[in-house]
Design a protein around this ligand. Structure first.
Ligand SMILES: Cc1ncc(C[n+]2csc(CCOP(=O)(O)OP(=O)(O)O)c2C)c(N)n1
Ligand SMILES: [Mg+2]
Length: 314
């Protein structure tokens, strides 16, 4: 499936919102907003995987497993779904994005570098003193970043609050929140899930990076999350499960979330089944690579794999 501008659903502004208020604000899709086809998205994600590895190797610090797990989701979101203005990061009608799993910052920064919000010259400054690229995203320093994150469990509450604020201002923007699965063991997440359903914030979409690993191992052994879709459904959310590395599936789910936002009063949870460390064979499904930098030998081996995968897409 090739995503064209026409295929990108923007909430219907003529309709009423879930509080039965007429939405008077209209918005256009900025002309220079990058919208990539699926082959282009695949290639971009393969390229950004290399940038993530480089970024973490340089300071010998960061979260490779977590970043490689979610980069396909971020690329699909930013370059085929979210509406934003490359020339104006603060455009009031932009969609809002919350990187609730803030430790995946290298993936987020690589995405925002490609979006043009962070200069590529800053790539080698991750986690360095006085760098804007802190270990976790700080909205004060990062253009295109709507809220600082890193303390797990809080992002969905922020996203629901944003949606309520947007509604008060009659702004029809969508709010997308990306969470880790281990993060969903935080009680705050489920308070936010309740709030979103109660307040009928149907334009909120929560994506769970369901890689089944957290910092110390298997989520199911540490505190079982079980089947996540029925849990969200029981809280009155729409739910959909996808392969979080399959762009067709990710984009179809996001388009479904848009339809549901107009047709139902419920927010949507996308459970994205992913592989932690995706793309580097010795990092895949290994909790030990959650937050550890590779040494020189490991870096060279990992980079060779990622470059080969990128070249194969040429
Ligand atoms: C409130 C809070 N507690 C602990 C941490 C430390 N921490 C950082 S990442 C992480 C594990 C997260 O696992 P998961 O949500 O599954 O993320 P992913 O697998 O995508 O890395 C923990 C415990 C934190 N950032 N915030
Ligand atoms: Mg996880």
């Amino acid at each position: 499936m090739i995503a064209t501008p026409e295929s990108i659903a923007i909430p219907n502004l003529e309709k009423t919102n879930s509080m039965s208020q007429t939405l008077p604000v209209s918005r256009h899709q900025p002309l220079n907003l990058p919208r990539l086809s699926v082959p282009e998205l695949k290639k971009l994600a393969a390229k950004l995987r290399i940038d993530i590895l480089d970024m973490i190797y340089e300071p010998q610090s960061g979260h490779p497993g977590s970043s490689l797990s979610c980069i396909d989701l971020l690329v699909a979101l930013w370059f085929s779904h979210l509406v934003w203005d490359p020339a104006n990061p603060d455009w009031v009608l932009r969609d809002r994005f919350v990187m609730s799993k803030g430790h995946g910052a290298p993936a987020y920064y690589a995405t925002l570098m490609h979006a043009g919000f962070i200069p590529w010259e800053e790539k080698n400054t991750l986690r360095k003193i006085n760098s804007k690229l802190q270990g976790h995203p700080a909205s004060k320093y990062i253009q295109g970043c709507d809220i600082s994150t890193g303390s797990l469990g809080q992002g969905l509450s922020c996203g629901v609050g944003m949606a309520l604020g947007l509604r008060l201002d009659y702004i029809p923007s969508r709010v997308v929140v990306l969470m880790g699965d281990g993060e969903c063991q935080e009680g705050n997440v489920w308070e936010a899930v309740l709030s979103a359903a109660h307040h009928k914030t149907s334009r909120v979409t929560a994506i769970v990076d369901r890689n089944r690993l957290q910092i110390d191992g298997d989520t199911e052994k540490i505190k079982s999350l079980g089947e996540m879709s029925p849990k969200f459904a029981a809280f009155n959310w729409n739910t959909i499960e996808v392969d979080g590395h399959d762009f067709e599936q990710i984009l179809a789910a996001l388009q479904q979330a848009d339809r549901w936002a107009e047709e139902t009063n419920r927010p949507t949870a996308i459970i994205a089944n992913t592989t932690k460390g995706k793309g580097v064979s010795f990092m895949e499904n290994q909790a030990g690579w959650h937050g550890k930098a590779p040494n020189k030998e490991q870096y060279e081996a990992a980079r060779a794999e990622l470059v080969a995968a990128y070249d194969a897409l040429q």
